[in-house]
Design a protein around this ligand. Structure first.
Ligand code: ATP
Ligand code: ZN
Length: 224
């Protein structure tokens, strides 16, 4: 279902939401975010914003349901690997890396446990929300392990006796420390990115995307 208006998916609430809104505003896109709507219309450009959970953004792009999306590379890569596994569409185009949402996906374990390298994780159970990225990393290291899938409270899994270690997002390390864990291995570094669906675009949409990208370049450079 193609519309004339450019459709952009961004996170509704969470760590990427505010900065996405701010970036669009600085690019001159006027939007009124009040209310609990899924779709909001820009007042001064043919742009519709979809306000969704970040987990849904990669799929919306890969299925060609929206034109552009802003998403953390961690989530994007996890969904891409999952879709490859399931034989579902997993293509997208990277338009640009953004200057927010920086974090790393790391393996962490009890701070008193000895750690000399990935081989120390052999036959351990690792709790994570990112089983595909973790498996790709462990396969590359040639280390056998098992997982425990958790969509929240990953950092308490070792203390709760659910897992030996965790693989979770870290920015300052304060959460790890508060839970008696230490960062053992960084397996993925992430930032927010702007992505585009595959396939063709109308001339108007192509021109609008170009314009947005040029403005974004200016906005990001001005901050540096
Ligand atoms: P949603 O309700 O949209 O599913 P969420 O709880 O999955 O939200 P957030 O915690 O808002 O997601 O994080 C969104 C993204 O922000 C992460 O996927 C990651 O790319 C980025 N991020 C940056 N720093 C951190 C951090 N310290 N912890 C978690 N995510 C971070
Ligand atoms: Zn999410």
């Amino acid at each position: 279902m193609q519309t004339q208006r450019l459709r952009i998916a961004i996170q509704k609430k969470g760590r990427l939401a505010k900065e996405c809104q701010e970036l669009l505003k600085r690019c001159g896109v006027k939007i009124n975010y009040t209310g609990e709507r899924l779709v909001v219309h820009a007042e001064n450009m043919p742009i519709d914003l979809l306000l969704v959970r970040d987990d849904d953004i990669p799929g919306l792009i890969m299925d060609g349901v929206v034109d552009l999306g802003v998403i953390g590379e961690n989530e994007l890569e996890e969904v891409r690997l999952e879709r490859i596994k399931l034989g579902e569409p997993s293509q997208y185009q990277l338009l640009r890396r953004l200057d927010f949402g920086g974090c790393r996906l790391s393996i962490a374990l009890d701070k008193d446990q000895n750690y000399n390298g990935p081989q120390d994780l052999a036959e351990q159970r690792i709790a994570t929300t990112y089983p595909n990225i973790l498996k790709a990393y462990m396969d590359k290291q040639g280390v056998n392990f098992s997982t425990c899938m958790l969509n929240g409270s990953v950092e308490v899994a070792p203390r709760a006796g659910l897992a030996d270690a965790i693989c979770d997002l870290v920015s300052t390390g304060a959460t790890l420390e508060a839970n008696g864990l230490k960062e053992a291995e960084v397996i993925f570094r992430s930032k927010a990115v702007l992505i585009q669906r595959e396939g063709s675009f109308s001339e108007e949409k192509t021109a609008l995307i170009e314009r947005l990208l040029t403005r974004m370049q200016g906005v990001i450079q001005a901050k540096e």
